[in-house]
Design a protein. Structure first.
Length: 96
């Protein structure tokens, strides 16, 4: 099994629900895929389907369960991505 992790800088899509509340943020995505390019495409598609515009990938790496400590929240998201093949968590900041 291969899991890729991406952190993507995001901006709310115009006229989206997110644009009403948020000024921007980052999306952390865990994608269960053997192919890095396919995983990247899935991550950006998840971001887009959630009403966000992916601006740039600021972190990208292959991860395993051993990449996380027992108490790290990333381990829970990693485990969920094993089941669902993809998990995307948004960290946002309000409009100024």
């Amino acid at each position: 099994m291969t899991m890729y992790f991406f952190v993507i800088e995001v901006f709310p899509a115009p006229n989206s629900e997110a644009a009403k509340k948020y000024g921007g943020g980052h999306a952390s995505c865990w994608i269960n895929s053997a192919d890095r390019k396919n995983a990247q495409d899935k991550a950006t598609a998840l971001v887009t389907s959630a009403g966000w515009v992916p601006l740039k990938i600021i972190e990208e790496k292959e991860v395993s369960a051993e990449s996380y400590g027992a108490d790290e929240p990333g381990l829970e998201h990693f485990a969920q991505a094993i089941t669902d093949d993809e998990v995307c968590v948004f960290y946002t900041y309000p409009k100024s």
